[in-house]
Design a protein. Structure first.
Length: 332
């Protein structure tokens, strides 16, 4: 017998301007450093869940195809956690539609687990405030805790590990006032990455001599970033984001064996961003666990930046994003 009606939630990816890279507790997904992001208005994930008493396991589709392997395991483990919190036993049918390429360093796990956390919490009757929802989403994928909120968000690393760390590690929204930020996404390769960010983070922490200095410098980047946001200084926001991202990639390049997400096409986008700067356009790059590049600039410059990126021969597509909404129930 099928019971209860469907719950649908929508969430968007977020791009970190001060990055999360490395966990101090893998089970609870507790990071070494605070991170700061902006949730986008593009690439929504829409997730519908239905409680079904006839199921003996969770059934999951992603873009209408049955989920398998590591992705299915992660989703089932996450739903076990939600059931444990709610005291309910029924399994779910989960249908997710991603409009962002999955696993290409475009934050599909952030939008995915933010939408799933909200939909599952509602379906199982968990009464969570936004902080509780952020903590729950974090258990699915660290960066998802930031996509619970729209606009700018700060993920507190918190203190301690296990249950103690769990209570203290969540995202909060940040007021970015009148910051007129656009992110122009240059997709150079939408194929799934060869090494997951989870595995790459672990290898970086375990083997990279540059990890500790980057984590240390990240504290200063965060303080500088918060000050730049408060005074509405978009060029400083861009400069700090770019240096923090390049430093994160440096930690990976120094891992043994090296993890290299950036491709020759990524570097050509970085060259283009440098040229834009020399012509007086405040454009700055940030890159995540993949070769695609997101270019920060002011809203009024987004079209010129997008045109420049489109003119590069190996750019597959260019899409301009603005700060977008947090996770929500479209019917709620
Ligand atoms: C970030 N990234 O701050 C960083 C920058 C990628 C590079 O968060 O293991 O999918 O599920 O917690 O959140 C990607 O890592 O990793 C990520 P898990 P997640 O956005």
């Amino acid at each position: 017998m099928t019971v209860d009606s469907a719950v649908t939630a929508i969430a968007h990816p977020n791009i970190a301007l001060v990055k999360y890279w490395g966990k101090r507790d893998e089970e609870y997904i507790l990071p070494h450093t605070d991170s700061l992001s902006v949730t986008l208005d593009i690439y929504p994930t829409t997730t519908t869940v239905r409680l079904d008493t006839a199921l003996d396991r969770d059934q999951v589709t992603v873009n209408r195809a049955p989920a398998t392997g590591e992705m299915l395991t992660r989703i089932r483990t996450f739903l076990d956690l939600v059931r444990g919190m709610s005291g309910r036993a029924e399994y779910l049918r989960v249908d997710t539609t991603n409009t962002v390429p999955t696993g290409a360093g475009l934050a599909s796990s952030a939008s995915g687990f933010a939408a799933l956390a909200l939909a599952a919490a509602v379906a199982y009757g968990l009464d969570l405030n936004p902080t509780g929802l952020s903590r729950l989403a974090r258990r699915g994928s660290g960066s998802a805790c930031r996509s619970i909120f729209g606009g700018f968000a700060l993920w507190h690393a918190g203190t301690g590990i296990g249950e103690e760390g769990d209570l203290s590690s969540y995202a909060d929204p940040i007021d970015a006032g009148a910051l007129d930020l656009a992110l122009v996404v240059a997709v150079v390769d939408a194929a799934p990455k060869e090494i997951s960010s989870r595995a790459a983070m672990r290898r970086t922490i375990e083997t990279s001599p540059l990890y500790a200095p980057w984590a240390e410098s990240s504290h200063q980047d965060l303080a500088d970033m918060r000050a730049a946001i408060t005074r509405g200084d978009l060029d400083a926001v861009g400069e700090i984001a770019e240096r923090n991202a390049l430093g994160m990639h440096a930690t990976m390049l120094a891992a043994r064996p090296a993890v290299r997400y950036l491709s020759p096409a990524s570097l050509r986008v970085l060259d283009c961003v440098g040229q834009l700067r020399r012509t007086g356009i405040g454009a700055f790059a940030t890159m995540d666990a993949g070769p695609n590049v997101k270019v920060l600039c002011r809203g009024g410059h987004a079209e010129r930046v997008a045109d420049a990126l489109r003119s590069l021969s190996d750019t597959r597509s260019v899409i301009t994003a603005r700060p977008g909404p947090g996770a929500r129930l479209p019917d709620g």
